[in-house]
Ligand binder design. Structure first.
Ligand code: BGC
Length: 392
């Protein structure tokens, strides 16, 4: 029997573009049409309309917090023109979480941008941070009173990798130089946003919120564990997992380390034991989460798992995944890692970017014809853990 602390945060995450539907002013929307993707996002899960019912389900599943994102392109569909209607929409969304005692963890940037911003060069533009801050100021000023956790940027390394290095996501750039420019602009944007958010809370006499990013981390495993592979794995860990957060920690702008973990990355050409996989072919390796959590102790900051999840057609595998990763979390806590909570990705089946609607990550199944929701068995089991704080 494993016992988690009483004040542990239990929840699930979504991101606006992946669930809301009809994000007409976003760069992704335009890109989907232009390159003619196989499956455009369209209505997604229609969460924009059904958020209240979806939060009812999260509540019914005993969650006590919820991670969501705000779509910048809705708030500022044209440069400098802010939509009161959309600001009110998100106020309603936050209110409806509050009514259900679900603590909001709000992400300000989750991969997508307003189209006008992308046309100005997006995150490569020297002014990118200033545009972002103007949006942050609007949103945070509206929602401050009800949001105790802000995540400025989701997975900056994933974003720069797919959008600026590999070139599979908009703007489909493939340049090391550009990817570095974007990384630097994102670092600076976070640092400024951190101070801005705190200034807004101060102005309104509110207790400071906790601010971080959601950093995707991979377990780099040397295989076989030769000296050469160990060194290569260490360097990748330093660069991919740590560089970005270390730059923010150096400026004292991370109140906790928000981390997203899914899978390992093998370093070397050796054979490794065959592991179970998700439907996108990613290996399942709970030990990796333990190793990462323990390695992060050196920063002496609380850790918060902001995403961990599996796309699976076999729901029993989903529960195995959650259970085994929670075992890793608990083991890491026993070894001194201070962990605030565990957020599963995702509350709902959703639009998995360029992979379309095939991968099913949801605790809740979405029927994309009727848009009905079906609670999966795995989420009932997870709900027991959320309720009791115990895993047997
Ligand atoms: C992202 C999500 C995505 C999930 C599964 C994370 O990297 O934040 O947007 O759906 O992984 O691929």
């Amino acid at each position: 029997m494993i016992e988690f602390p009483k004040d542990f945060f239990w929840g699930a995450a979504t991101s606006a573009y992946q669930v809301e539907g009809d994000n007409l002013s976003s760069d992704w929307w335009e890109w989907e049409k232009r390159v003619n993707v196989k499956e455009p996002s369209g209505k997604a899960a229609r969460h924009y309309e059904f958020y209240a019912q979806d939060f009812d389900l999260a509540k019914e599943l005993n969650q006590n917090c919820h991670r969501l994102s705000i779509e910048w392109a809705r708030i500022e569909p044209e440069e400098g023109k802010f939509s009161t209607r959309e600001l009110e929409h998100y106020q309603q969304v936050i209110l409806s979480l509050k009514e259900r005692s679900l603590i909001p963890i709000v992400t300000l940037h989750h991969f997508t941008n307003p189209l006008w911003f992308a046309k100005l060069g997006g995150w490569r533009n020297k002014q990118a941070g200033s545009y972002f801050l103007r949006y942050v100021e609007k949103v945070v000023s509206e929602l401050a009173g009800d949001v105790p956790f802000w995540v400025t940027i989701n997975e900056p390394m994933v974003y720069t990798y797919f959008s600026y290095l590999l070139g599979t996501w908009p703007p489909q750039d493939k340049s090391l130089l550009h990817s570095r420019q974007v990384t630097n602009n994102l670092v600076n944007a976070h640092i400024k946003a951190y101070h801005l958010i705190r200034a807004i809370y101060k102005k309104h006499n509110l207790t400071y919120p906790k601010i971080s990013i959601a950093q995707n981390m991979q377990a780099f495993v040397p295989c076989p564990p030769s000296l050469k592979n160990k060194l290569a794995a260490y360097l990748r860990h330093k660069f991919y997992n740590l560089e970005f957060i270390e730059r923010l920690i150096a400026k004292s702008t991370l109140d906790f380390i928000g981390m997203n973990y899914y899978s390992p990355s093998w370093v070397g050409r050796g054979e490794h034991l065959p592991l179970k996989k998700n439907t996108m072919g990613w290996d399942i390796y709970p030990q990796g989460l333990y190793d990462l959590l323990v390695s992060l102790k050196i920063y002496k900051l609380p850790l918060f798992i902001l995403e961990n999840g599996i796309c699976a057609d076999n729901d029993a595998l989903r529960w195995d995944y959650i259970r085994e990763h929670l075992e890793s979390v608990s083991k890491a806590m026993l070894h001194g890692a201070k962990i605030m909570g565990y957020i599963y990705w995702s509350l709902l089946d959703n639009y998995e970017w360029d992979k379309g609607f095939g991968p099913r990550f949801g605790l809740i199944e979405v029927d994309y014809h009727s848009y009905k929701r079906y609670v999966r068995e795995s989420s009932r089991k997870f709900a027991e853990v959320c309720k009791t704080g115990r895993l047997s």
